[in-house]
Design a protein around this ligand. Structure first.
Ligand SMILES: Cc1cc2nc3c(=O)[nH]c(=O)nc-3n(C[C@H](O)[C@H](O)[C@H](O)COP(=O)(O)O)c2cc1C
Length: 201
């Protein structure tokens, strides 16, 4: 049905100013605005979250930054994780965010998600499969394809010095991944895909 708005909460696993992963999220937001009707993407900043410590939970309440983050996660229809691989695994900031919003009641459950990674030589594949593993416990349902592994530091240049995505091929991969996320989210919600979402792979 035309007109159904799917809200994507996009989370970058890098806190770096010129992060390529945060750049992928900015590019994804622009692609949604310009060419994917019905997909609204908001970047959820995780830099203010304290390191997980359950002593900070008082009478079932969370610190204000955690509470605000949990509300944004709960309000989303689906998630986009864009994260570097650090030492063959998930970035610490992203794992911290996943853990905070998993505290009861779990805020992630029964929603669709897609993963991006701009990383070194592996393109981040090992981190992506670890994110999928964590998502099993959180009841997140990941799209299987397309997979997207961006080798951020290999030619041709894909990002400028501020981390903005400048590579047309990567933008096209990103557009296909976003269409897949939109279609899978609507299907999980029992809503029909619109005409643009049909026939993608
Ligand atoms: C502590 C650390 C560990 C890293 N480990 C890996 C790794 O295991 N595999 C990989 O492909 N890149 C690795 N990298 C490279 C980063 O993934 C890469 O620089 C990425 O672009 C950083 O993301 P950002 O640009 O969004 O900040 C590592 C970087 C750091 C700082």
């Amino acid at each position: 049905m035309e007109g159904t708005v799917v809200r994507v909460a996009a989370i970058s696993g890098s806190l770096r100013r010129a992060s390529a992963n945060t750049g992928l999220i900015r590019a994804a937001a622009e692609i949604c605005r310009e060419s994917i009707p019905g997909l609204q993407l908001d970047h959820i900043d995780i830099s203010a979250l304290p390191l997980l410590n359950t002593d900070l939970e008082v009478d079932g309440g969370f610190p204000p930054a955690v509470e605000a983050f949990r509300e944004k996660v709960s309000a989303a229809d689906c998630f986009l994780f864009a994260s570097p691989e650090y030492n063959y695994s998930i970035s610490g900031p992203l794992k911290n965010a996943l853990d905070w919003a998993s505290r009861p009641p779990n805020c992630w459950g029964d929603r669709a998600a897609a993963i991006l990674s701009a990383s070194g030589g592996s393109g981040g594949s090992r981190s992506q499969y670890h994110i999928r593993q964590v998502g099993v416990g959180l009841d997140i349902h990941f799209i299987n394809k397309p997979e997207m592994f961006t080798k951020a530091h290999q030619p041709p240049n894909k990002f400028d010095d501020d981390g903005n995505l400048i590579d047309p091929e990567t933008k096209e991969q990103l557009r296909k991944l976003l269409l897949s996320l939109q279609a899978f989210t609507l299907s999980l919600q029992g809503k029909p895909a619109n005409s643009q979402q049909q026939g993608i792979n």
